[in-house]
Design a protein around this ligand. Structure first.
Ligand code: CP
Ligand code: NVA
Length: 301
């Protein structure tokens, strides 16, 4: 049987994304009483820091009746150079699924190629698809179907931006991306986004009339060395009240968190009425529980 991984949103496809989001919304409203993952173990490999991803996967496995193991390079042979293919073979012989947050998307793909159990992308340098499931769930809960809507991505053309481009292509919303010169998204990902993606030369032109405004940190994990240069380059790309005033009257604001108030977003916006960041963070749990069911419970797939 082919193993189903979740390395990018494309692994679920349009109908699969809708199914996971709908299941997440339903289970959040009325939690199921079943424990479908009793006896099952999720290995969680973190090469980078995490609060939401770690806690939501661990709590989700607990609620589903299973167990999660936290693994970091400092405590395992991964950090001492054991080959990724060897680690994948070993973990997939003992665990029922593996969630990985690492620096290199290529390494994630290598791991998945050697894994006999589902591998879930918990964030790489290229993509953060689990966060998109939560963001899309949050939009649907607040405003309904996102198809045909306009979303503004403001800031860095990073892993989150890439996943928004993929989501726009798969779910049929228009994405306007505003980044400083030199910090744009990957050209191949933009090209695959086709007509759904517009690169804008200013934050205001991207936010004009938008239904949803999204940003993220200016320096992602791994970009710390360029932090000072980024602070200068991104100065005109803060989401603040003036920018939100350009958006649609009922526009929402999202941020995957952690946030830096006063940098990519003002305190007035992230703590203000348009912000749905706390629902968005909580929905990591609900969306990923639906994802775990989809990948780990045969009857549900
Ligand atoms: N948004 C997100 O992935 O948060 P963590 O880095 O805390 O997991
Ligand atoms: N773009 C950020 C997201 C953190 C959840 C990073 O990669 O650090």
């Amino acid at each position: 049987m082919t193993v189903r991984h979740f390395l990018s949103l494309d692994d679920l496809g349009r109908s699969g994304i809708h199914a996971v989001i709908d299941a997440a919304i339903a289970a959040k409203r009325q939690p199921a009483n079943d424990r479908p993952l009793v006896g099952q173990t999720l290995a969680m490999v973190f090469e980078k820091a995490s609060t939401r991803t770690r806690v939501s996967f661990e709590a989700g496995m607990t609620r589903l009746g299973g167990h999660a193991i936290f693994l970091s390079p400092g405590d395992t042979q991964i950090g001492r150079g054991e080959p990724v293919a060897d680690t994948a073979r070993v973990l997939s012989g003992m665990c029922d699924a593996v969630m990985i947050r690492n620096h290199s998307h290529t390494v994630l793909e290598q791991f998945a190629a050697h894994s006999r159990v589902p591998v879930i992308n918990g964030l790489t340098d290229r993509l953060h698809p689990c966060q998109l499931l939560a963001d899309l769930q949050t939009y649907v809960e607040h405003r309904g179907d996102i198809a045909g809507r306009t979303v503004a991505w403001i800031g860095d053309g990073n892993n989150m931006c890439h996943s928004y481009i993929n989501a726009a292509r798969l779910l049929g919303f228009d994405l306007r991306v505003a980044t400083p010169n030199g910090y744009g998204p990957d050209a191949d990902i933009v090209a695959r986004g086709g007509d759904r993606v517009t690169l804008c030369d200013s934050a205001h032109s991207a936010a004009d009339g938008a239904d949803l405004v999204v940003t993220d940190v200016w320096a992602s994990m791994g970009d710390e060395d360029s932090q000072a240069a980024r602070l200068a380059a991104f100065a005109d790309f803060q989401v603040n009240d003036a920018l939100m005033d350009c958006a649609a009257d009922n526009a929402l604001f999202m941020h995957c968190l952690p946030a830096h108030r006063g940098e990519e977003v003002s305190a007035a916006v992230i703590d203000g009425p348009a912000s749905v960041v706390w629902d968005e963070a909580e929905n990591r749990l609900h969306a990923q529980m639906a994802l775990l069911r989809e990948l780990m419970v045969p009857a549900a797939s």
